[in-house]
Design a protein around this ligand. Structure first.
Ligand SMILES: C[S@@+](CC[C@H](N)C(=O)[O-])C[C@H]1O[C@@H](n2cnc3c(N)ncnc32)[C@H](O)[C@@H]1O
Length: 279
């Protein structure tokens, strides 16, 4: 596998190896997650031997000090949001897939707020969020650069952004990883989720996403500062960190008392703005 730097624009029209229109791409991705939702969590555990849980915990540990209004974008079934839920935080799962969120809610709402919305049009007000996380979600965004600008827009000045995404593994690991990805994962997808094409899309979309440096550059172009990344599991996945420039989040009062509300058009499954326990 090459360590090609890909920009977001190469993602816009790709569905796996196919070239499709942006509308078609968005619709197909919606269908993929609609189809895999009931078995999504189980498949994650099987495919990664449970390691995705360690990666997600690692993300959660890095942001333990941040309080206030927390959004887990592309939050799916709420795995990461559950790890982020703690005293002093209001945690929102934001995802365009209602089936994914419903599958998550069946595990218990966990004191989380569930909000329908896409990364390219985050249904939240400007400068309203103290911490925004996204795990294995941004490669599904049809307009990656726009999504990054949106993330920066909703963050308060000084607010933190952490992205966990598959990346480029160390060269010694790449051949084994590629074999496993292309031979084993789609077969597991067929066996466990009865959705081989969905998992074929997954492995191909990983290759289309920018590598470590490429994504860091996109973050800088979108106006983040303190941009850095840390590989996990030898670069199979990567934690990207950034901050919206400006005053530290929380300096101007409690984020939980933020006056921001979902933008028009958002479908709130479990009302943002309602008082909600986060534990
Ligand atoms: C691989 S799942 C990750 C779910 C969860 N973050 C996790 O780590 O388990 C990708 C998620 O991205 C969501 N998604 C797809 N297109 C999106 C978009 N344009 N903006 C935000 N999320 C999107 C899907 O609905 C799906 O829930």
């Amino acid at each position: 596998m090459t360590a090609t730097r890909r920009t977001g624009s190469t993602l816009d029209r790709s569905f796996g190896r196919e070239t499709v229109s942006t509308t078609e791409r968005r619709e197909r991705i919606q269908r993929v997650f609609g189809a895999v939702a009931p078995r999504y969590d189980l498949m994650n555990d099987i495919m990664s031997f449970g390691i995705h849980r360690l990666w997600k915990r690692s993300l959660a540990r890095r942001v333990v000090a941040v309080r206030g209004f927390v959004v887990d974008l592309a939050g799916g079934t709420g795995d990461v949001a559950r790890l982020l839920a703690s005293e002093g935080r209001c945690v929102v799962v934001c995802d365009p897939s209602l089936p994914m969120m419903h599958a998550g809610m069946r595990r218990g709402k966990g004191g989380l707020v569930w909000l329908a919305g896409e990364a390219e049009r985050i249904p939240l007000g400007d400068a309203s969020v103290d911490l925004l996380t996204v795990a294995f979600g941004l490669r599904n965004a049809t307009q990656l650069e726009r999504a990054l600008v949106e993330i920066r827009r909703v963050l308060k000045p000084g607010g933190r952004f952490v992205c966990l995404e598959f990346s480029r593994p160390a060269p010694w690991l790449a051949p084994v990883y590629d074999l496993y990805s292309f031979l084993v994962i789609p077969r597991l997808g067929a066996l466990v989720a009865q959705e081989p094409h969905a998992y074929q899309y997954l492995v191909e979309s990983i290759r289309r996403f920018p590598d470590q440096q490429g994504f860091a550059s996109l973050m800088e172009q979108a106006g983040f500062d303190e941009v850095r990344w840390e590989n996990v599991s030898f670069g199979i996945a990567c934690l990207h960190f950034g901050r919206r420039p400006g005053m530290q989040a929380g300096d101007n009062g409690s984020a939980l008392s933020s006056t921001s509300s979902p933008r028009e058009g958002a479908i709130t499954l479990s009302g943002v703005g309602k008082s909600s326990s986060t534990s």
